[in-house]
Every structure is written in structure tokens, then in C-alpha cells.
Write a protein that binds this ligand. Structure first.
Ligand code: ATP
Length: 248
């Protein structure tokens, strides 16, 4: 039996400022229930790919000029980020983006704003987020701006969870964090995937950690997918080992 494809990006091109071609025909699929890694070095096009999917390129004078993006078989290219959240897809942006002047709990509550269901369901989900991130429970009354980088990354993921997403687009969760915290956050991503059934598309420069937690990976170089496969196979691939894992 074939796994259901949720997100299907097919041959997209992205141009910035009407001239700079940054994605040169990128295709990838995110299956239901999977963790899919989008790998590649600085400037390879990972963030651009995620922003193309969640329609966040306009503010940067970027546009998808070719190709199609579908979710559950329906074209989503013209949907606003808010409309996409209602379909079950939410992006956690690079650099965490918590509201610094709000408390951790207030930040989490802002994630529930697109929901139509009652207060009871929202407080049950707040409890669910605190169970996955005990540190956030401890820090719930702290202003986000005064919490650590790791706690802010957790807050950003927790806030996304409050919209009850089916798929999370997670941009560079390891950025700027100590190795132990990176392990902790990836461990929680894995738990969310296994227990809550959340699917992930994860952009990461940290190939090593991403390929240990993901099921499938795509490697981007200069706006093109140059390799893809099951994570276990990519980990054993000699080129991946040499150029991305730092062993040969
Ligand atoms: P990083 O890890 O640095 O975020 P990335 O793989 O996510 O890398 P992108 O941020 O998608 O890469 O950038 C891809 C290319 O697009 C880079 O060459 C970058 O300089 C260029 N780029 C990104 N944003 C813009 C913009 N707003 N205007 C023009 N060029 C841009």
C-alpha cells in the first residue's frame, strides 16, 4: 500500500526581485506521517522552498514563476498563510520568532487564533504542549524575550502545535543551539510525529542530526535537488558522507 502524499511540490522555480533565479525546478513530496528532511548548505534554497510553500515570498519580492504546489491533491499556491493554516499546514520560521513581550503562555495562546473550536479544546492542547515541553510549563509566566534560545525554539514549535496542524514546516530548528538541546528538540519532534501523527518538512544544515531523525531526505544545491532517498540510505551514501557528514 502506498503512503498518502500530503504535500507535493512539483518543479517549482522561484525568482527574487524579478531577476534572480533561486530555485531551478525543485520537486519533493511529504508523505502523511513522515519526517522529511530538506538538506543543503548555506544559501542552497531551503528557506526559499519553505516560504514558497507557505506563500511567504511576497514580502521579500520573491515569486513562484513555474511549477505547482498541492496539498492533499489541491492547489494551494494562491492561499494566504492563514488559509494554509486552516488546511493544516503551518510554518515555524527560522530564528524562532516568539513575541518577546508576551509570556510563553500568551505566545502559545496566539497559536490557537485560527481555530473555531471551544475553550476546552484549546486548554487541552495547551496541556498537550506542556506535556511535550516541560520546560515551557516551568517558564509559562516568563516573558519570552527573557528565555533561552532553546526555550524560544520550543515556544515557536509549541505555538505552531496550538493550531492543531497536520503538517509542520520547520526551518532550521538546530540553529544556534548547543548539541544537547538540538537532540532534545529533535527527540520531541520524533515523539510528536509518532504519537500525534504530525508530519514534518524539516529544513536543516545539520545533516547528521536531521538524517538520524528523518525518514526521507532531499539534498539541495544551488536551487536544485541533487540527491534524494530514505534517510538510512543517504547516511550510508559515500558522497553524503564526504560532503555533508564530514567523514570519508
Ligand atoms: P540558509 O541556511 O542561509 O537560510 P537556505 O538554504 O535556506 O540557506 P535561502 O535562504 O533559501 O537558502 O537562499 C537561497 C538563495 O536566495 C541565496 O543565494 C540567497 O542569497 C538568495 N535570497 C534569499 N532571500 C533573498 C531575497 N529576499 N532577495 C534576493 N535573494 C535572496
Amino acid at each position: 500500500t502506498e503512503t498518502e502524499t500530503l504535500l507535493d511540490v512539483s518543479n517549482i522555480e522561484v525568482i527574487y526581485n524579478s531577476v534572480i533565479l533561486v530555485l531551478k525546478g525543485v520537486s519533493l513530496k511529504v508523505p502523511k506521517g513522515g519526517i522529511t528532511a530538506l538538506l543543503g548548505g548555506n544559501g542552497a534554497g531551503k528557506t526559499t522552498t519553505l516560504k514558497a510553500i507557505s506563500n511567504l515570498l511576497h514580502s521579500e519580492r520573491g515569486a513562484v514563476t513555474k511549477g505547482t504546489i498541492t496539498y492533499r491533491g489541491e492547489r494551494v499556491q494562491e492561499l494566504s498563510p492563514e488559509a494554509l493554516v486552516k488546511r493544516g499546514v503551518i510554518q515555524v520560521m527560522e530564528g524562532r520568532h516568539c513575541f518577546e513581550h508576551l509570556t510563553i503562555e500568551e505566545n502559545l495562546m496566539t497559536g490557537a487564533y485560527t481555530r473555531g473550536d471551544g475553550k476546552g479544546a484549546v486548554s487541552a492542547d495547551l496541556e498537550m504542549v506542556y506535556n511535550y515541553f516541560p520546560r515551557l510549563r516551568e517558564r509559562r509566566k516568563s516573558q519570552a524575550g527573557y528565555t533561552s534560545g532553546g526555550e524560544q525554539q520550543m515556544c515557536a514549535i509549541g505555538r505552531a502545535l496550538m493550531s492543531r496542524p497536520e503538517t509542520i514546516l520547520l526551518d532550521e530548528p538546530s540553529m544556534g543551539l548547543a548539541p544537547q538541546l538540538v537532540e532534545e528538540i529533535f527527540g520531541i519532534v520524533k515523539d510528536l510525529n509518532e504519537r500525534e501523527g504530525v508530519s514534518f518538512l524539516l529544513a536543516e544544515q545539520n545533516t547528521n542530526v536531521a538524517l538520524r531523525f528523518a525518514h526521507h531526505g532531499y539534498i539541495l544545491e544551488s536551487g536544485r535537488v541533487v540527491m534524494e532517498g530514505p534517510a538510512a540510505e543517504l547516511r550510508e551514501n559515500p558522497d553524503v558522507k564526504e560532503f555533508y557528514l564530514g567523514v570519508s
